[in-house]
Ligand binder design. Structure first.
Ligand SMILES: [Zn+2]
Length: 364
């Protein structure tokens, strides 16, 4: 597609119903003319599958398919990694905040597939888990992004979300407001953390294997781990009062919390760039995971290998071009729960009843 690269060859049939979608061995297709578009490159090669006769183009395999401003994808990815808010990015790029939002959601979905496609087949190190606290819509709607981080590699293996009830010190006015909101929109499941952490560990626990889980003394964690069947789990608890030094067994996840808070404008305390919806917050966690696993050194000072290199998943630090080089298809990379729900935009925001699942909207 771009100059200086090998000529594009469609890797498989894009039609999920075609036998050559998942397994392209023996696949044949033919060239079928060109079409022109407003964005560069203007001339796009078309093809046709000789089995199912589906027409497609080189664009079908680009993560920018159907986007009106494909040239914005890389700058938006890099802007989001550099902690910019949607409005800030929109101003800098000369587009509307809703365009940035469309791109960010697309990038988040790509990140979920990218992560799943590159996960190691089994976990061979202890996992450190913790809940990263943020909020959606307003401070009345806190949630946890639960993270599972490799104790040695610092690879961020998985994440899941849990809606929480607002707790802590509140003025009488705030208490009354919470009661009003809860009467109107309902209350989160009091076992949300338990369910969410069980889902998190289930994503990584292959039946019959041993897993060591490290965490703080949160009471929901032992209950969550008891829900997981067929895996022998050793649970090592460290007090959250222990000094937060590099020697702390929870250091890998404490570091991840810091990076996430530092790297995303939506998670800063007292920010006005907080996520309006948990859905988009989880998309950003997915993007953050790609960056932290495949692009960022474990130690910024030493500029050493990325976590993915430490695990032997790749042999070099990936460039943004490599990460965004090829569209991934959910029909070829099945996602586990809850990532499938994130992909399909099925995370409701309690205070915004109108959040429409993506599948019911027209496109992309
Ligand atoms: Zn086909």
């Amino acid at each position: 597609m771009a100059l200086g690269r090998a000529p594009f060859r469609p890797p498989h049939c894009p039609n999920p119903a075609c036998g050559f979608h998942r397994d392209p061995r023996g696949w044949r297709f033919k060239r079928a003319g060109f079409y022109t578009r407003r964005a560069r490159p203007r001339r796009i090669q078309r093809y046709r599958c000789l089995r199912c006769h589906r027409a497609f183009s080189s664009q079908t395999f680009s993560p920018t398919y159907w986007l009106r401003r494909p040239e914005l994808q890389t700058p938006i990815y890099e802007g989001l990694m550099a902690c910019a808010g949607f409005r800030q990015l929109a101003r800098g790029l000369g587009c509307s905040p809703s365009t940035v939002q469309t791109h960010a959601a697309r990038l988040g979905r790509h990140a979920l597939l990218f992560l799943q496609a590159h996960l190691p087949s089994r976990v061979t190190e202890p996992l450190v888990i913790d809940g990263f606290e943020s909020f959606e819509h307003s401070q009345y709607y806190p949630f946890h992004a639960n993270l599972a981080v490799g104790a040695e590699s610092h690879f961020l293996y998985a994440f899941s979300d849990a809606e929480l009830r607002r707790k802590g010190r509140m003025t009488p006015f705030q208490k009354a407001k919470r009661a009003r909101l809860e009467a109107r929109f309902g209350r989160p499941d009091p076992r949300a953390i338990e369910h969410s952490v069980a889902a998190l560990v289930r994503m990584l626990a292959a039946a019959g294997e041993d897993l060591e889980i490290r965490s703080d003394e949160h009471r929901a964690y032992p209950r969550a781990l008891r829900r997981i069947e067929g895996v022998s789990i050793r649970h090592r608890v460290t007090s959250s009062k222990a000094a937060r030094t590099t020697g702390n067994p929870l250091f890998p996840v404490n570091r991840m919390d810091l990076l996430l808070r530092h790297g995303g404008a939506n998670h800063k305390r007292e920010t006005i760039a907080f996520s309006k919806r948990r859905q988009s917050a989880m998309e950003r966690v997915a993007l953050f995971s790609v960056w932290v696993n495949f692009q960022k050194s474990r130690s910024e000072k030493r500029r050493d290998a990325t976590p993915a290199q430490v695990l032997g998943l790749v042999d070099h630090r990936l460039s943004t071009r490599e990460i965004l080089g090829r569209r991934l298809f959910p029909t070829r990379v099945p996602l586990p729960e809850p990532w499938e729900r994130y992909y399909e935009s099925r995370i409701p925001t309690r205070a915004r009843r109108c959040s429409v699942p993506r599948s019911r909207r027209y496109a992309a």
